[in-house]
Write a protein that binds this ligand. Structure first.
Ligand code: SF4
Length: 376
């Protein structure tokens, strides 16, 4: 299992962001929130008694918490849960919120992997996205991370930014490669209608790229990163050998995870539950020992679990193993999906090699539409 900790604070909201996070918090609130996370971890110990292979601080902006907060949380997890070997411990870093000393202290606190939200090395693009940092700060943050002793660093990049052309994107990819990270994630800019950037699109002051232009940028990322010896192992993710993200592989393999904090989701293999994204309610519940405000998102039978395993597992370039999933979720359930798989194979969207089923590269960019067939 993995543990996900949601840190719902940001210095300022970015113009494209739809994640649950609030700006304007202070040290007192970070202290209080850390206390509540520790209380939730303590209260929910009995729910998840599985070997723990990964811990992930996401947000929001986890790098707004002090390293001492992170250390207290990690100490609690190590005492109460069942760490297996040397768990992967990732923390998302916003380059605008961290100092060199802060990175050294995070390393000391036990964090062994950083996911740095670079997004772009082009200042015009960063400005459009409403990011707090510029390209110089992004580069400095990566260099400080190396100097602080981190040897497992992931960089996030966004493509499909209005007016971005192939040369801009190639420049971003090559700049990222130059910094020598072990892992690179590339995300397509997708906007919910209510975020500020979407409103600029609707009003006609900016235009999104066309689907074909976005697909070209996606293909360019695959080409550039392959040439730089990164393994393309998941639709949006590339890694040096031995540096795939273990926490996210847990999600793609539909493993269990405990989500802690306001707005976090947990999955025990059958039921998906949401901690209501309401900071006030979260703090009140955990300070007064009243039940945590939660919502059951779905309770899945074995057929639905298999559908989920197909949708998530086929995001991995290596695909899924038919015998493994059939054994785990029932051969009879697998038989239900076989006609859909056969049809997709005949359409050239899926490929089969012995027991392995995987997406054909031509279907990567349209994977959402393709994989949603399993959910109907
Ligand atoms: S830093 Fe991340 S979570 Fe915070 S507003 Fe920006 S994109 Fe959203």
């Amino acid at each position: 299992m993995g543990i996900y900790l949601h840190i719902p604070f940001c210095q300022r909201k970015c113009s494209y962001c739809d994640f649950y996070s609030l700006s304007g918090a202070n040290t007192e609130l970070y202290d209080q929130y850390t206390d509540c996370l520790i209380r939730e971890l303590t209260l929910r110990t009995a729910e998840y008694r599985l070997p723990l292979i990964s811990i992930y601080f996401g947000g929001g902006t986890p790098s707004l918490l002090a390293p001492q907060h992170i250390e207290r949380i990690l100490d609690t997890i190590c005492k109460l849960y069942l760490p297996q070997g040397d768990p992967e411990i990732t923390l998302e870093v916003n380059p605008a919120t961290i100092s060199r000393q802060g990175l050294e202290d995070l390393r000391q606190a036990g964090v062994n992997r950083l996911s740095i939200g670079v997004q772009s090395f082009v200042d015009r693009e960063l400005h459009l996205l409403g990011r707090m940092h510029d390209s110089q700060q992004a580069g400095q943050c990566i260099e400080w991370s190396h100097q602080a002793g981190f040897d497992n660093i992931s960089l996030d990049l966004i493509y499909g930014i209005p007016a971005q052309n192939k040369e801009d994107w190639r420049g971003n990819l090559l700049q990222a490669v130059d910094y020598g990270p072990q892992h690179i994630s590339t995300y397509l800019l997708q906007l919910e209608p209510h975020v500020p950037l979407a409103r600029r699109i609707t009003s006609g002051t900016l235009a999104m790229l066309t689907d074909d232009e976005e697909a070209d940028l996606y293909d360019l990322a695959r080409e550039c990163l392959r040439e730089a010896d990164y393994l393309h192992y998941e639709l949006s993710n590339f890694a040096r050998p031995g540096f795939k993200c273990r926490h996210n592989i847990g999600y793609w393999s539909v493993g269990a995870y405990l989500g802690v904090g306001a707005g976090a989701v947990s999955y025990d293999g059958r039921q998906r539950r949401l901690n209501i994204p309401d900071l006030e309610a979260y703090l009140t519940a955990l300070s007064k020992n009243i039940p945590l405000p939660q919502q059951i998102l779905e309770t899945m039978g074995r057929r639905q679990q298999l559908a989920e395993a197909l949708v998530m597992g086929l995001r991995l370039v290596e695909g899924i193993d038919r015998d493994t999933l059939g054994g785990r979720f029932g051969i009879e359930n697998w038989a239900d999906f076989q006609p859909i798989i056969d049809h997709m194979v005949s359409e050239g969207l899926l490929m089969v090699d012995h027991n392995r089923v995987y997406l054909s590269p031509g279907a990567y960019f349209i994977s959402n539409a393709v994989l949603s067939e399993f959910l109907e």
